[in-house]
Design a protein around this ligand. Structure first.
Ligand SMILES: NC(=O)c1ccc[n+]([C@@H]2O[C@H](COP(=O)([O-])OP(=O)(O)OC[C@H]3O[C@@H](n4cnc5c(N)ncnc54)[C@H](OP(=O)(O)O)[C@@H]3O)[C@@H](O)[C@H]2O)c1
Length: 237
């Protein structure tokens, strides 16, 4: 298991990087936006609700906000094109980091309670991961230090009947992210990858938002070869 907060000799560093936070208006999104901005990254915070994004912009000066329904692939590709047209410190034009935070727990009621409505909501959240990774894959590969991170759940390894929908949706996100990691590895093989996809794992995020933010910063303190395709558990205090 790599130590993402340590700085390895060839660590690329986060300052000047363009990092898009997909689903940025939760407490964890605020923490990541604040930490990345403080570390010198250019943060593009994306959500579907303008009011909540305005609150984020007010609490994290410097963060750029964009309203986008990440469930709409055409809207996501338009956002990717808009960002590619902007000047960046690292020069390749696209994003260097995609921190995907769209999730949302649904469940309860045993297996019988695993409703169609809940599944559709969870599937929609998974769809935002598919859309953003597909739209930004080339940018993450073009960066000399592309990073993708998602937050998965301990329920993937230990699913419960009352959370079967949720565990299945998070398992899909986990598999998708490892598939992205395989693509990152393949793109530079036999040389080591420059891009890395990682899966943070938590039981509950409450109280771990700051730790998540620090671990996100640490993704640029570790080489892609050490990170690509790994699960990184966040430790409850
Ligand atoms: N919370 C936990 O205890 C826990 C436990 C295990 C894993 N996780 C995972 O950790 C990640 C972060 O969780 P979280 O609770 O901080 O965030 P979250 O509330 O699940 O989602 C983050 C944000 O995504 C935005 N969003 C939803 N649909 C969107 C869409 N179509 N387009 C754009 N934005 C959209 C929402 O903001 P707007 O409404 O403003 O758009 C929401 O604030 C998720 O993947 C979650 O499954 C969380």
């Amino acid at each position: 298991m790599p130590e993402p907060v340590s700085t390895s000799p060839a660590a690329p560093g986060v300052a000047g990087r363009t990092v898009l936070i997909a689903g940025a208006t939760s407490a964890s999104g605020h923490a990541c936006a604040a930490a990345l901005t403080a570390a010198g990254a250019r943060v593009i915070a994306v959500g579907s609700n303008a009011e909540r994004l305005a609150e984020l912009a007010a609490s994290v000066p410097g963060a750029i906000t964009r309203v986008c329904d990440l469930g709409d692939f055409a809207a996501v590709t338009a956002l990717a094109e808009e960002i590619r047209g902007q000047a960046t410190v690292h020069g390749h034009g696209g994003i260097d980091g995609l921190i995907h935070l769209v999730g949302g727990w649904r469940g309860g009621g045993g297996l019988a309670g695993q409703s169609e409505e809940d599944w559709q909501a969870l599937d929609a959240a998974f769809g935002t991961l598919r859309n953003t990774t597909r739209a930004f894959n080339d940018d993450l590969l073009a960066s000399d230090a592309g990073r993708l991170a998602i937050v998965s759940s301990a329920s993937v390894a230990r699913p419960l009947a009352g959370g079967a929908n949720y565990a299945a949706a998070k398992a899909a996100a986990d598999a998708w992210t490892r598939a992205v990691a395989q693509g990152f590895a393949k793109a530079t093989a036999p040389e080591p990858p420059t891009a890395a996809a990682v899966i943070f794992v938590v039981k509950s995020l409450a109280g771990l938002e700051q730790q998540l933010a620090e671990r996100v910063i640490g993704l640029w303190g570790t080489t892609a070869a050490e990170l690509n395709g790994v699960h990184i558990p966040l430790d409850p205090a």
